[in-house]
Design a protein around this ligand. Structure first.
Ligand SMILES: N[C@@H](CCC(=O)N[C@@H](CS)C(=O)NCC(=O)O)C(=O)O
Length: 246
């Protein structure tokens, strides 16, 4: 979603960067596993739907270039696209001022490196099933709530200084593209961002009026992340799992 928001807000057309949805399966734990879509020409070329043929980490997003090169990680992907575009065209997604560019990237890194990995639901499911972590609804697990609140608190303090109508200043930036999915994820966890993080909440209220953001959110199932895991499989896995892991 970070990359999709960037593409849409930057005004990049589907002839420049085509978005391809992954296939989806659940594993024995009930965790979603992304695969390359059946029937896609790139899947056919690779001869497998296994995502690790495209990204050794087995994660999305993946940027595939016409010459076959593949880039992963949302930050490097948006940086690469941004650096490849003729400058001065379309909506700028990074401030001109070097300090504010650093502020933008600071927020992006806090989301991508310090928030998302620690509140990741597949990780929480595995930790409950295999490593004896306290059991709770994975979407509202205390570990998840702790790390979202810790990092949102930090971003709130940073945004006291750098936010305007958007996360950094008065124009939408890449930082907003990273914040939107993380806020939606916090809403799934039941966190009341208007009560706890008023500046972030003000920026969020503005973001959801931006037509490009609205259409990405609509296509992704709404303002609150509709996370799905296979609860039945998870129950069985959590009861019977041993220390064996994959
Ligand atoms: N740091 C990576 C995170 C990528 C990531 O965790 N993607 C999730 C989907 S939003 C994924 O592919 N999860 C599958 C898995 O963990 O196996 C980035 O910013 O691109």
């Amino acid at each position: 979603m970070r990359v999709t928001l960037y593409l849409r807000c930057r005004g990049i057309s589907s002839t420049q960067v085509e978005l391809v949805s992954t296939g989806l399966e659940t594993d024995h734990r009930g965790i979603l596993v992304f695969t390359m879509p059946e029937g896609d020409p790139e899947t056919e070329k690779a001869g497998t739907t296994d995502l690790t043929a495209f990204n050794p980490e087995g994660r999305i997003p993946i940027l595939l270039l016409p010459d076959g090169r593949k880039m992963t990680q949302s930050g490097p992907i948006v940086d690469y696209i941004e650096d490849s575009l003729p400058s001065g065209t379309g909506r700028a997604m990074l401030p001109k001022d070097p300090w504010l560019r650093a502020e933008t990237r600071r927020l992006m890194w806090i989301v991508a490196a310090d928030t998302q990995p620690y509140q990741n639901i597949p990780f929480i499911i595995q930790a409950m099933g295999e490593w004896g972590m306290v059991k709770a609804d994975p979407t509202q697990h205390p570990l998840r709530l702790h790390f979202i609140r810790r990092e949102f608190g930090a971003m709130e303090n940073i945004m006291k200084i750098c936010a305007g109508r958007f996360a950094v200043g008065n124009d939408i930036t890449m930082a907003d593209c990273f914040l939107v999915p993380q806020i939606r994820n916090a809403l799934l966890a039941g966190i009341d961002i208007s009560a706890e993080f008023p500046i972030m909440s003000r920026v969020w209220q503005k973001l959801i009026t931006v037509p490009e953001v609205q259409s990405v959110l609509e296509a992704a199932g709404g303002i609150v992340q509709p996370f799905a895991f296979d609860a039945e499989k998870f129950e069985v896995y959590a009861k019977t799992s041993t220390l064996e892991s994959d």
